[in-house]
Design a protein around this ligand. Structure first.
Ligand code: 13P
Ligand code: SF4
Length: 302
């Protein structure tokens, strides 16, 4: 471990912070986390934590979800501006309008704002979107904001899944991965299996051997004999895989970088612990409503 990493670990222990980080954090941050996971794992963990203080390393909607589930705990982040542009592409008005037009349940991807969550019926993450939609007692479902995940869910469930806002709802990191780049990697590594995140465009989903959230991506190499994998998601995901499966080879898509996830650095993580800021503050009235679809999601998963 580098000196600064040791300092961070020591200070977190002294001040009683539990460090939670998302799988897309840089390798050096992954190494200092108490828990590293995908959106679902981190949200679930948040309901069971016995630490009073949490340092969260990811983007804002994830930190807000943790705070909503633990309103009494102190949740801090190093950079307030680490946000998710896709989450910000869905407005409450779009949900209200779509529900009026189609009279169908609205499934909101956890990558969304608190204000939008207030108007949804149930939340989901990429790990459980198919399961949640299957369990709903409706053949027509409104889904947002990610149109690519919506298309994946439609294919897997056979239901009519209407994406909201539609064409403009996507993650730029995944949506702009080029099919040609994936095909070139497949050509270069013909014996590699392709594992993709469901936020990639449908044409890439269709040439993939496996599709799953970042935690599901982590399980697959342990379940099959194959030794080489092309990982079609944010490029830092491969750090976790390389660390876990030392005898296997993981090939990233080097162009897939989430700039917001990269706003967290070892330097500002240390500063966050020193100053115990920036604290996530949420409006109680909004949070009390926004947490309901998340609780409904947990209920449906039982
Ligand atoms: P996961 O829930 O699969 O970790 O995905 C979160 C995310 O932001 C994907 O871009
Ligand atoms: Fe948002 Fe995409 Fe970054 Fe995930 S990878 S946080 S969906 S911008």
């Amino acid at each position: 471990m580098e000196k600064i990493q040791e300092k961070i670990r020591k200070l977190a222990k002294e001040k009683g912070y539990m460090i939670l980080a998302h799988n897309y954090q840089i390798k050096e941050i992954q190494e200092i986390a108490d828990h590293l996971g995908d959106s679902l794992q981190l949200a679930r963990l948040a309901t069971k934590l016995n630490a009073e203080k949490i340092l969260f390393l990811g983007v804002d909607f994830m930190a807000e979800t943790i705070k909503m589930l633990n309103p009494e705990k102190k949740v801090i982040v190093p950079v307030k501006a680490a946000t998710c542009p896709m989450a910000n592409s869905l407005d409450p008005e779009m949900i209200i309008e779509a529900k009026k037009k189609y009279n169908a349940p609205f499934v909101i991807y956890v990558n969304s704002t608190m204000k939008s969550k207030m108007y949804a019926d149930v939340a989901c993450t990429s790990a459980n979107a198919v399961e949640i939609v299957k369990k709903l007692n409706s053949d027509v479902v409104l889904f947002g904001p990610d149109k690519n995940l919506a298309a994946y869910v439609a294919r897997k469930t056979g239901k009519k899944v209407i994406p909201v806002p539609g064409e403009t709802g996507y993650c730029y990191v995944h949506n702009y991965i080029k099919i040609d780049d994936v095909l070139k990697l497949k050509q270069k590594y013909p014996d590699a299996k392709v594992i993709s995140h469901p936020e990639v465009p449908e044409e890439i989903q269709k040439v993939s051997d496996y599709i799953g959230s970042t935690s599901q991506m982590e399980k697959i190499p342990g379940e099959i004999e194959d030794k080489k994998f092309i990982i079609v998601t944010e490029k830092d995901m491969v750090n976790k895989l390389k660390n876990k499966y030392k005898e296997k080879e993981f090939i990233p898509v080097d162009t897939a970088i989430c700039n917001n996830m990269k706003k967290n650095t070892l330097k500002n993580v240390l500063k966050a612990l020193e100053n115990e800021e920036f604290e996530i503050e949420i409006d109680k009235e909004i949070a009390d409503k926004a947490v309901l679809p998340i609780k409904k999601m947990f209920e449906l998963m039982e």
